[in-house]
Design a protein around this ligand. Sequence first.
Ligand code: ADP
Length: 359
Amino acid sequence: MKKLLSTISNFFIFFLLSAFVTSCCVMLFVSLLQSSIGRAFTQEEITVAAKITMLNVILLSVGMAIIDYVRRKFTVERPVKRITEATSKMMEGDFSVRIHPTAKFATDDSFNEIIDCFNKMASELSGVETLRTDFIANVSHEMKTPLAVMQNYGTLLQAPDLPEEKRIEYAKTITDASRRLADMMTNILKLNRLENQQIYPNPTTFDLGEQLCESLLQYESVWERKNIEIETDIAEGVLVSADTELLSLVWNNLFSNAFKFTEDGGKVTLTLAADEEYATVKIADTGCGMSAEVGAHIFEKFYQGDTSHATQGNGLGLALVKRVVDIMQGEIGVESAVGVGTTFTVRIRRANYGPDEAR
Ligand code: ADP
């Protein structure tokens, strides 16, 4: 009904337009003809000419309305219909939908621009959706293991004639599992806040060497227990302007991994060097190392290349490290060889050469 009304109104617009144009032309033609032949037309001649002109106007208007209808059908209605259908599919949650651009001759190019934008939006949204579903799957999976441990050992603890040492062992296992769960939740929350930019870095200027030493010293008991040799080469007076808490998160995670993946009797080396613009920190270990395949994924959330240490982490540490380094507009790289060791290199701007001065 709506379409019929629009076709009729189109017809009337074309009718009025052609009537106006044709009448003007005919009046001009008639007056010129009269003056050139030197006589006025009779009433009868004018009536016949007016009828023919009217018929012409009607035929012309019908023709134009039909041509316009067909043109709109192909160049406007078809692409609009495809865009609307794709949008409805997306509203129902299907982010895989894409629209093929219409052939250039068959449509206004603006529709292809809209289609192009729509396809880009759809691929962005499908990426976000995949990340979200992967994230939920990973979190659920990671939560299941400690929860199952807590459940099983909780049941074992209920046995009435349990020896004292077993009771202590089971209670410790439950405490460890709940600590893992709490650590994971803390890391997820930190990562989430960092990714949503809800943490606004609060930069202060401080000595990077001092911060690195403080962070390293936290692992003293570990390196003593595992008999790991420590070597340091720290340039003095290297100031950086950064959020201390965020940056210490980076060093803590890198040291924690270095000690975790290094066998007893190995070596961990800390180097801080600086040029005019950048401070470069290297944390190297003689641990198990990793293959290129593992190295390509280590900054992804929940990725754990080395499953033998899976109970000591949750695969979020390096994702956090990467996020913090990105926020600080720094760089992080890794070099590693299986059975030889791993070196993480972090480069950040020095305090006296901040981005503002660089500009
Ligand atoms: P997690 O340590 O909790 O497993 P991370 O995000 O800190 O998670 O590290 C991800 C993976 O990167 C680890 O599972 C391990 O395979 C690899 N990795 C990180 N640091 C080292 C290292 N120093 N030596 C060997 N492998 C490492």
